[in-house]
Design a protein around this ligand. Sequence first.
Ligand SMILES: *[C@@H]1O[C@H](CO)[C@@H](O)[C@H](O)[C@H]1NC(C)=O
Ligand SMILES: *[C@@H]1O[C@H](CO)[C@@H](O)[C@H](O)[C@H]1NC(C)=O
Length: 326
Amino acid sequence: MHSSFIRLLSSIVVATGLLQVQAATYTLSTSYIGEDFLSGDFTFFTSPDPTDGRVTYVDQATATAGNLTFATDDVFILRADDTTVLTASDPGRNSVRLTSVATYGSPSAMVLDIAHMPEGCGTWPAFWTFGSNWPTDGEIDILEGVDNQNFNQATLHTGPDCTMAASRAQTGTILNNDCAAADDGNDGCGVQFAPGTFGPTFNSGGGGWFGMERTVDAISIWYWARDATNVPVGVADGNSEVITDNWGTPVAFFPTSSTCDLATEFTAHNIVINLTFCGVFAGVTSIWDDSCAASTGVADCNDFVDANPAAFSNAYFEINAVRVYE
Ligand SMILES: *[C@@H]1O[C@H](CO)[C@@H](O)[C@H](O)[C@H]1NC(C)=O
Ligand SMILES: *[C@@H]1O[C@H](CO)[C@@H](O)[C@H](O)[C@H]1NC(C)=O
């Protein structure tokens, strides 16, 4: 090849590379660390659980008194009550659901640095985002799972007009491609992560980082374990800039297409951190039977949650940081 042609070629490659980098470089706009979670940036949701969980979401005063929320300068803990035996007439185990005051739209990126997540039979923890009108403003579940499962699942829930292609550039395993909340009992379009991304195995490794990017072109979710060797620059250190182009192939990838226009399906979202019990996920008979009926010796999730407070001593989030980049 002529050297002038090679020079031309390499200048095109460089120029294209620069454009891509600029398009996916984000600047830190909010850090939630330690006491930030308790000083007005989040509100305490105290209504009955919309998903029929065996839970009572408490207000901030009750959470503080019971040490269900606890913060230092650099760590935030959110946990459920692990001392009270409940009777059948109680509505459920005390726990906490937080909602961010701020909303974040597209384009933006988020890094969750989590050292420990709630684990154990009956637990259903989640870290997710949603808009003010559910489901038409969209829901993005970044971290979610139940009982003693060892895999995370990431899911979108939307209005009626959103389905995903069966083949996408992601490393996770498709559970369902229909994102519409009205279909399939609101399963949403879920993607299952590899073992070790959730529950006891996640916790024993010291947790890790979840990354999420949303643009009008795609919603992408990543995971890196605490000891992973491929944690992208900026993610572990909470840098003031992250470049999502360097984050590799996502575990879950939900692109805009002719069957789902993300720009109309997803508005600006609040962040939610919640821990519920049983309900329409952890308490579903088939799921409970698979992962917990034998080990607990109890046939029903609600009965187990009522009678065994000490089983929830590890049902806590320990969050190092939530960083939002815009
Ligand atoms: C907890 O989070 C999940 C999202 O993963 C949501 O579907 C569920 O409704 C939440 N539970 C409550 C009580 O808000
Ligand atoms: C509250 O919880 C934190 C974190 O688990 C713990 O370090 C602290 O000792 C607890 N405080 C009380 C009064 O139990």
